[in-house]
Design a protein around this ligand. Structure first.
Ligand code: ADP
Ligand code: MG
Length: 215
């Protein structure tokens, strides 16, 4: 972290950092890109802290992982901005890192936005990866606001599983309306605008059946 003299006094203040958002549908390479940036930061001898919500335990409990099996070590936190703040600030970790990475940011509450900006104000490079839309094609949680506030937004495309065109949507293949159904193999695929069909409501009984399977 670079320090500069505060013009109003003698306390040095941090130069602002940057907020980077990596977004797009499932399978678009968000985690891959986050891992790539974190690995490069480490090559540059920057100290990196990486987090992911405990909701996504598909592959690893102590790492973020891409569908292409790349990994980067990560601390698992409850997807709650207060808990993440505690993990960063009360452990004193925040003073020791220059780069903060977070995967699956869509699962966090709106408090993630002021937290991200606070980290930027402290001079951190903050890299957030997450889905921009749900399978009902609605903006996903805090991600749209974070995209608006970011220094740099990388919106990735996947490959449409129907026709091979660039895909911007996440197609839910089952019938449950549950937003959070992470880890259920074969439940989502990437689709282009032409082949995407937003969720169509299923009978309640079917939804319960599916939720039980996932739980
Ligand atoms: P995300 O975090 O956006 O879900 P990942 O970084 O985990 O994406 O995975 C990206 C990788 O997924 C690609 O490099 C590719 O190997 C694989 N993949 C599987 N299905 C697709 C698809 N439909 N489009 C693009 N990549 C896919
Ligand atoms: Mg991912």
């Amino acid at each position: 972290m670079q320090l500069q003299q505060n013009p109003a006094g003698d306390q040095p203040t941090a130069q602002p950092g940057v907020l980077e958002v990596i977004t797009g549908p499932m399978f678009s390479g968000k985690s891959e890109e986050l891992i790539r940036r974190l690995k490069r930061a480490r090559i540059a001898r920057q100290r990196v802290a990486c987090y992911k919500p405990d909701i996504d335990l598909r592959y690893h409990r102590t790492a973020i992982a891409s569908h292409s099996e790349q990994t980067h070590e990560a601390v698992v936190v409850t997807p709650n901005s207060d808990r993440l703040r505690e993990a960063l600030f009360f452990s004193g970790q925040v003073d020791q890192v220059e780069v903060v990475g977070l995967d699956e940011v869509q699962f966090f509450d709106d408090g993630i936005q002021p937290l991200a900006m606070e980290l930027v104000a402290l001079g951190k490079r903050v890299i957030l990866a997450g889905l921009d839309t749900t399978f009902a094609n609605e903006p996903f949680g805090p991600v749209p606001a974070l995209m608006a506030l970011a220094d740099k937004v990388t919106k990735l495309n996947a490959v449409c599983m129907t026709c091979g065109a660039p895909a911007i949507h996440t197609q839910r293949l089952g019938t449950s309306k549950e937003l959070v159904m992470v880890g259920a193999a074969g439940m989502y695929e990437a689709r282009c605008r032409q082949h995407f069909q937003p969720y169509v409501e299923a009978p309640a009984a079917e939804q319960m059946e599916l939720s039980a399977v996932i739980a």
